[in-house]
Design a binder for this molecule. Structure first.
Ligand code: KIV
Length: 300
């Protein structure tokens, strides 16, 4: 049996200086591929709001949406640690409510851990989940669920005070029991310094190479959505054009009668010949042509 990656494995990887790879996945096929190539951490990100559901932000994503996609991912994944994002307002109201919601992502969704956005104010909640046996990943810097308060998707920690706050939040999350912290859109030297100070792994996105690991949004990495990518992303494929090209060729083949061909079609079984099929067709054709006033030919 394949051994599941654990949160302790990730902390050990940081200690050994082994970089951690994390990618988002939202469905069965891509989660299966990510697991099969050996990616150790798969995040069912609430970025699915933008990348799969077509929302402008992650704010409208519900616990129901997260459960639906987390279940699809966990059906596919046997080795990677699956982390499910807790959506907006499912963990900010009270620690007890957060525990109930996180519990659903783990118990019904099959995730091994959850991720929450924010620092100091979440300490009690993180500690509550951890005490209940739910591993928690933190998320600092640009926290997309707060996009309206932050005024856009901007690089964070750009003043000494903000850097100080980032350190304080990272250490508070670590002390509350978070097993890793995502650092999003943070100047590279700041993210490196935070990564050197905290003992748990940092996973960067738009935070430079000094983090203990990196995460990318799958649709960016595959360039599946047409249009420009965020500056911090790198496309390892151009699936938007591959998919568009395939769809165009399929449509053309259908229109030209080239699809389906013989290879994609089924012939008659041995005890049924074309003449019999045509005789049956003739019977029905005559009935229709005769104004349907005779007895309708019957099926079996
Ligand atoms: O939802 C998401 O995909 C994320 C990553 C950007 C870390 O939170």
């Amino acid at each position: 049996m394949t051994q599941r990656v654990t949160v302790a494995d990730l902390v050990a990887m940081k200690r050994r200086g082994e970089r951690i790879v994390m990618v988002t996945a939202y469905d069965y096929p891509t989660a299966r591929l990510a697991d099969e190539v050996g990616i150790p951490v798969i995040l069912v990100g609430d970025s699915l709001g933008n990348t799969v559901l077509g929302y402008e932000t992650t704010v409208p994503v519900t616990l129901g949406d997260m459960l639906h996609h987390t279940k699809a991912v966990t059906r596919a994944v046997h080795r990677a640690l699956v982390v499910a994002d807790m959506p907006f307002l499912t963990y900010q109201v009270t620690p007890e409510e957060a525990l109930r919601n996180a519990g659903r992502l783990v118990q019904e969704g099959g995730a091994q851990a959850v991720k929450v956005e924010g620092g100091g104010p979440l300490v009690e909640t993180v500690a509550r989940l951890v005490r209940a046996g739910i591993p928690v990943m933190g998320h600092l810097g640009l926290t997309p669920q707060s996009v309206h308060a932050l005024g856009g998707y901007r690089v964070q920690a750009r003043s000494a005070a903000a850097v100080r706050q980032l350190f304080a939040d990272a250490l508070a999350l670590e002390e509350a029991g978070a097993f890793a912290i995502v650092l999003e859109l943070i100047p590279a030297p700041v993210a490196r310094a935070v990564s050197e100070v905290v003992h748990v792994p940092t996973i960067g996105i738009g935070a430079g190479p000094g983090c203990d690991g990196q995460v990318q949004v799958l649709t960016d990495l595959l360039h599946l959505l047409p249009g420009p990518l965020p500056r911090h992303a790198r496309a390892y494929a151009d699936l938007a054009s591959v998919v568009s090209d395939a769809l165009r060729r399929y449509a053309e083949d259908v229109r030209n009668g080239v699809f389906p061909g013989e290879a994609e079609s089924f012939g008659l079984p041995r005890d049924l010949d074309v003449e019999t099929v045509q005789a049956i067709a003739e019977e029905f054709r005559t009935w229709r042509g005769g104004g349907r006033d005779g007895t309708r030919p019957h099926g079996r």
